[in-house]
Design a protein around this ligand. Structure first.
Ligand SMILES: *Cc1c(COP(=O)(O)O)cnc(C)c1O
Length: 669
């Protein structure tokens, strides 16, 4: 692809932000690091300079000192040598997993802050970077369209986690705490024989707390449960403090977190343990989460996906009906905004619509959006004033993106209860940086380790402002000690490249254009290869991931096709037996399995590839036979320099040269 003026401008825009494929910006990076290491040393020196020095200048000449230095240097040289066998994820020849070059502002902020080593578990340990963390969380929430003005309810908040996995666990943890809270509250009221007066949602449902059925209580929304709790607190204000304390203790005793799952459901035989519904294409962290939470993977319902690997709304409805008709609470429905394997986007708007429909029938579930991969693409949809750009405006820059469906999905995230997003993926920041964003920060009252303030402080006037409370972060999150450097890194990255179409969104737009170009050139390559192989793009790309499937002409056996595709892939995989420098390109792969609830798509893909569907089996005859899955090449197109390259040709053009060579070599084997 020739580099026209427009592309040149885009590439120019990116250049200052990355170290670069050849370390082009090394001098600048070094300058920044040296500047701030020195600056840090000055800071140390100016803390009680009257104390003098503990490590004298002369000490550096002692033999033991010199030896320690030599040993340290030796160990670091060895490490640095070993690291040369790392995967070159920074390079545009790397199109494998979800990692790429890092933003210099974020990287330097991380290194610089690590010298101060703040611990964002609490304000006491990190007065500066805690502010960064809450600000960065607010930036993310605003990018998704949540309200972040504390004077308006609900007000969102977000915080950092080690990654998307932990953020997903937090969703389950938060949801469970709220879902079963009202049942405990009712028990507390019953045991202390308190009269509440009519409480709960406005409308026909509103009545004495004791009169609610348990089914009604586990089908309140998050907002309703928060409101209920607040109403009870108000109603009980002015009660005899001894009664109030008894009530509070009773509520705590009745909570699922205190009683444990088994005991809780033994006490409430009319309730069943809850289900969680996720798209069949969801990340495996949901399975881990169900185990960790003790909810059981058997309660994780995989909702089928459609022809485009997106959650199927009809099947979702069937799964919801199945749960609600058997009076099984649904803790949450998870939609994926950019699946890990295919980059496809679930119709979040359909999940929200389903909730509205079920609400009318007295059933509710919470909604979580797993946007670990695609979350940052929301910046493409924001204008610098924080407004949401119309689809037509965004489309000007692309051939296909965003499809009507993708646009609706992204603009519906603001109706979800919480979101997972990974700054260490499309945020171009160092590991470990994930984030959890909740639409309503009042939820923290349900998970705090401290006694809940509303019930503890008789007088609401004394209430510690929420902003202040959240600075005691460790009380409200799954993790404990955590790097303030990750928060500082995010805050600086957001300052330099704000989360809208003219900031980070500009870099992400560029990656989507690279993806569209990759997609188009895949179709051209398919034409060139027609006489030898069938090459298809199995799923229309929703974000910036493109998959390819290939079969040699005339072959109708799936096992043979998979073996062939693996031979092609062998030329683009990281292999311990050869130096990484030998790899022309590095990719990744995924598979579609018979068992994965993906039968529909599998049938279509096999037809397109000319494979006899009878050769696709659930259990292969021989253990190592490659007949129970479809092997697919997977390309993550997030590198900012993919559209650049030596001469007039881009790395994407070069990739197709490489792939054709790899195919010819595999054919000749
Ligand atoms: C990457 C990813 C995760 C897991 O995130 P980690 O940061 O690897 O823990 C979860 N969900 C989706 C959709 C992902 O892409």
């Amino acid at each position: 692809m020739p580099k026209d003026r427009r592309l040149r401008e885009e590439l120019d825009f990116l250049q200052p932000f990355f170290l670069g494929p050849s370390g082009e910006n090394d001098r600048w990076l070094e300058e920044l690091i040296v500047e701030f290491v020195r600056d840090h040393a000055f800071w140390r020196r100016n803390f009680h300079p009257e104390d003098g020095h503990r490590i004298t200048a002369a000490a550096a000449y002692r033999p033991d000192f010199l030896q320690a230095k030599a040993r340290t240097r030796q160990a670091l040289i060895r490490l640095s040598g070993e690291l040369k066998q790392s995967v070159p994820i920074f390079h545009p020849r790397y199109v494998g997993h979800m990692s790429s070059d890092l933003l210099i502002p974020g990287l330097v902020a991380r290194i610089l802050t690590t010298l101060y080593n703040p611990n964002n578990v609490s304000e006491e340990a990190a007065p500066v970077t805690l502010t960064h963390e809450l600000e960065a969380g607010r930036d993310l929430a605003a990018m998704f369209g949540f309200n972040v003005d504390p004077s308006v309810q609900p007000c969102a908040w977000g915080h950092l986690t080690s990654g998307g996995t932990l953020a997903n666990y937090e969703a389950l943890w938060n949801f469970r705490a709220v879902k079963f809270y009202a049942v405990a509250l009712q028990e507390g009221v019953r045991r202390t024989a308190l009269a509440t007066g009519p409480v709960g949602p406005v409308g026909p449902l509103r009545k004495e707390l004791a009169e609610y059925s348990k089914w009604e209580l586990v089908n309140l929304s998050i907002g309703q449960t928060i409101g209920l709790r607040r109403e009870i607190a108000e109603a009980l204000r002015g009660q005899d403090p001894a009664v109030f304390t008894r009530f509070r203790r009773a509520v705590r005793r009745e909570r699922i977190e205190t009683a444990g799952i088994q005991e809780f459901f033994d006490r409430h035989p009319e309730l069943r343990p809850p289900r969680v519904l996720v798209a069949a294409s969801a990340h495996y962290s949901w399975e881990k989460g169900m185990k960790v939470m003790g909810l059981g993977t058997a309660q994780l319902v995989k909702v089928a996906v459609d022809d485009h690997m997106r959650l199927d709304p009809d099947h979702l409805d069937a799964c919801l009906a199945d749960a609600f008709e058997s009076r099984t609470p649904v803790l949450g429905v998870v939609g994926v905004l950019g699946t890990t394997e295919f980059g496809t986007v679930d119709p979040i708007h359909e999940i929200i619509a389903a909730r509205r429909r079920w609400n009318e029938r007295g059933a509710d579930f919470f909604v979580h959006v797993d946007a670990a991969w695609g979350g940052y693409l929301a910046s493409v949809f924001r204008d610098p004033d924080g407004g949401c750009l119309p689809r037509e405006e965004i489309r000007k820059d692309f051939r296909h993106f965003p499809s009507r469906m993708v646009y609706r999905a992204f603009t519906s995230v603001k109706h979800a209860d919480s979101v997972t997003i990974d700054p260490h993926k499309l945020g171009f920041l160092p590991y470990a940086a994930g984030a959890f964003v909740a639409r309503d920060r009042e939820v923290v009252d349900f998970i705090t380790q401290q006694a809940a303030y509303v019930f503890d402080l008789g007088d609401v006037e004394d209430e510690v402002p929420r902003e202040q409370q959240l600075r005691n972060l460790g009380q409200y999150i799954l993790e404990g000690s955590k790097p303030g450097a990750a928060a500082a890194s995010m805050a600086v990255a957001h300052e330099v490249l704000p989360l809208h179409g003219e900031g980070l969104g500009r870099i992400l737009r560029h990656t989507i254009r690279a993806c569209e170009y990759f997609h188009e050139s895949a179709l051209e390559a398919a034409g060139r290869l027609e006489d030898r192989v069938r090459l298809i793009v199995p799923f229309e790309p929703d974000s910036n991931l493109v998959c390819l499937a290939l079969n040699r002409n005339g072959n109708r056996s799936l096992a043979r096709m998979n073996r062939f595709a693996r031979r092609v892939f062998a030329r683009m995989k990281v292999d311990a037996d050869r130096p990484v420098q030998d790899a022309r390109f590095i990719g990744s792969y995924t598979s579609l399995r018979r068992e994965g609830g993906e039968d529909e798509q599998c049938g279509r893909i096999l037809r397109e590839l000319g494979i006899d569907p009878a050769t696709f089996v659930a259990v292969p005859a021989r253990p190592r036979e490659e007949a129970d899955h479809i092997f697919i090449l997977r390309h993550t197109l997030m590198n900012p320099f993919l559209m650049d390259g030596p001469g007039e040709r881009s790395y994407i053009d070069m990739y197709w040269d490489f792939l054709e060579d790899a195919i010819d070599a595999a054919l000749a084997e």
